[in-house]
Design a protein around this ligand. Structure first.
Ligand SMILES: *[C@@H]1O[C@H](CO)[C@@H](O)[C@H](O)[C@H]1NC(C)=O
Ligand SMILES: *[C@@H]1O[C@H](CO)[C@@H](O)[C@H](O)[C@H]1NC(C)=O
Ligand SMILES: *[C@@H]1O[C@H](CO)[C@@H](O)[C@H](O)[C@H]1NC(C)=O
Ligand SMILES: *[C@@H]1O[C@H](CO)[C@@H](O)[C@H](O)[C@H]1NC(C)=O
Length: 365
């Protein structure tokens, strides 16, 4: 009798504790959201503060820890500027989350924090995150010289929250990719699971710019050797979670360097003795070539074999290119008899590798 009463009291007590805990977690969720809206950052309870180079208390401001699922095969990390809502929107319109799911692909946008302006605010980024669940935002301020934080955060995130995938793609939000051909590309690369691997547009014999007036000026203190080790362009490259983990680990004992692709896929990769796989042949350096492809598909249904290229400042090109090329991906387009670069006029010279000089000479048509 007393024993029963005793258990009843214990049970009631336990249930009340659970209820209190539940409500206090709701309250802290509200506080967290409010803090975010006011541009303050509060660590979410499961994220232990961690070091990201010299940021000792690095935190995720926005995160979706359950973005990747057990059947996800490919993670696409897109480094995206806080304010580039249109670029993210063009990518989402070209391929929705559901369409990517069919290809067993998950996409995450990597952002930093920034003060609100008349075009965008933390509140709109938060709305975007709630709507699409694909934003990973780190507690560092958006800046060109902070891109290494963003890139390293992506590697860390892949290792922490998406380590079951076969391959990880890192790309920029101003790069156009023939998404439906990604599975073919990955298949032909045969990405290993427990071996270091990086495939991309390989850049060799690149030299640091030592001219102070240049916006890409690198001081001896920042980088003191005369050439960079081979690296791949941060535009688009393919790796695996194993390499992400190794690159993140080695980054912890290395000096910060702001040219992120050179540091991560070059300097850090060299430490890990990684030999890059070159997929230059699948790139174009010119947005005009992509536009010619679109026109040729629309007017003559001609095939386009380009997988990756820059958007040249045209945010909608990702959408337009994927929409047009969708026709050809159904194998409805005949081969072209004259190569693209013979019929397409390229006006602009694009530079790869964050504005570093390219020692090789590209032949522009
Ligand atoms: C996280 O991503 C998954 C998709 O993999 C989605 O179903 C879920 O709603 C997202 N969570 C949040 C909180 O947005
Ligand atoms: C980079 O981020 C750090 C941490 O948020 C910030 O203190 C710094 O001002 C940023 N750098 C630039 C160049 O804005
Ligand atoms: C990438 O380029 C190579 C060399 O031109 C080509 O053989 C391959 O088919 C291309 N990959 C895809 C997926 O188009
Ligand atoms: C991490 O890097 C350190 C050097 O910075 C190295 O000694 C250690 O073996 C690495 N750990 C793993 C798990 O790779």
């Amino acid at each position: 009798m007393y024993a029963k009463l005793f258990y009843l009291i214990i049970a009631t007590f336990a249930v009340s504790i659970l209820i209190v805990l539940y409500y206090s977690s709701l309250q802290s969720e509200e506080i967290y959201v409010k803090l975010i809206e006011e541009h303050d950052i509060e660590p979410s309870s499961n994220d232990l503060p961690q070091k990201l180079y010299d940021i000792l208390d690095f935190k995720y401001v926005l995160n979706n820890k359950s973005l990747c699922t057990a059947d996800t095969e490919t993670l696409i990390l897109v480094t995206s500027y806080f304010g580039n809502v249109e670029a993210r929107s063009a990518m989402r319109r070209a391929f929705s989350r559901e369409e990517l799911d069919v290809m067993k692909i998950k996409r995450a946008f990597l952002l930093g924090i920034a003060p609100s302006d008349k075009y965008t605010s933390q509140k709109s980024v938060l709305d975007e995150s709630r709507r699409f669940g694909d934003i990973i935002q780190g507690s560092f301020v958006e800046a060109y010289r902070n891109l290494t934080y963003k890139h390293t955060m992506g590697l860390r995130w892949a290792e922490q929250h998406c380590s079951n995938v076969k391959q990880v793609i890192k790309m920029d939000d101003d790069i156009v990719v023939n998404v439906e051909k990604i599975p073919d590309l990955l298949k032909s690369l045969g990405v290993p699971s427990s071996k270091n691997f990086i495939a991309g547009y390989v850049l060799r014999n690149m030299v640091p710019i030592r001219e102070p007036a240049n916006k890409w000026f690198v001081t001896q203190e920042e980088y003191d050797l005369s050439t960079y080790p081979p690296f791949v362009s941060g535009w688009f490259y393919v790796t695996n979670p194993y390499t992400c983990a190794n690159l993140f680990n080695i980054s912890q004992s290395m000096k910060y360097f702001w040219i992120d692709d050179t540091l991560i896929t070059g300097i850090l990769a060299e430490k890990l003795s990684i030999q890059h796989v070159d997929i230059k042949a699948n790139f174009t350096l010119h947005s005009e070539i992509l536009e010619c492809c679109i026109n040729d598909i629309r007017s003559k249904n001609l095939r386009c074999d380009i997988l990756i290229g820059p958007n040249g400042g045209k945010t909608n090109l990702f959408y337009d290119f994927n929409t047009a090329i969708g026709i050809c991906n159904l194998n409805l387009c005949p081969d072209r008899t004259v190569p693209l670069d013979k019929t397409c006029i390229v006006k602009r010279k694009e530079t790869l590798g964050r504005g570093n000089p390219i020692v090789e000479n590209y032949r522009l048509s």
